[in-house]
Write a protein that binds this ligand. Sequence first.
Ligand SMILES: *Cc1c(COP(=O)(O)O)cnc(C)c1O
Length: 234
Amino acid sequence: MVSADVYNNIEIVKYKIAKAAASIGRDSDQIKIIAATKGQPLEAMIQAVETGYIDGIGENRVQEARKKKEKWPKSPSTTWHMIGHLQRNKAKVAVQLFDVIQSIDSANLTDILEQRLVLLRKTMPVLIEVKISSEASKYGVEPDHARVLAEHILGLCPHLKLIGLMGIGPLTDEKKRIRSSFALLRRLKEELEEDLGVELPELSMGMSDDFEIAIAEGSTMVRLGRAIFGPRGN
Ligand SMILES: *Cc1c(COP(=O)(O)O)cnc(C)c1O
């Protein structure tokens, strides 16, 4: 049952992404799907990756990700994204576990990650998490502070490769409000690129209820849980 559901859900998601992208003349190949897998069983996650449509797994907790990754089979392979708040005392494990960290929200955290990465002789692609709505998440930097953190990473953390920004849209049905939050993140990315002279290719925004709006505002990574796996806790 699980497999058929997950497969069908992903087909529907692919269709909706293609439609949202086409409506503003974007190529849907530019939009990556990250399966948000907190609380999901390994079998469903493997099924999702096996469709070939999933560009990565997004986990919220280091411990949960570690347990799942230990049991992950040789194939299909995938990339592991940290999308939840990363506590500083978990930074050491996180750099070994993840391929991408999307939830960078303090200079303190970047410094600890940088020190760990130096020891491992490894670089880590990261996104700065920006708070684009007051109620959806208590984490992320205020939009005004993104620039200082970006400069910090670019100037002082050579083992962190800043690839973009991540945000969580507001918990509301009002499409206008959702859209303006995503527009804020897009503009912020464009400003940083211009002011700091860097390319930030990734804009990680859009979840199950708002990914089509996010795509219309330029999202390159949608993080989908329920749209792929069904309601949580089943
Ligand atoms: C749970 C979660 C998602 C996915 O949420 P859905 O509404 O189930 O699609 C995306 N991003 C983050 C940071 C999450 O914690």
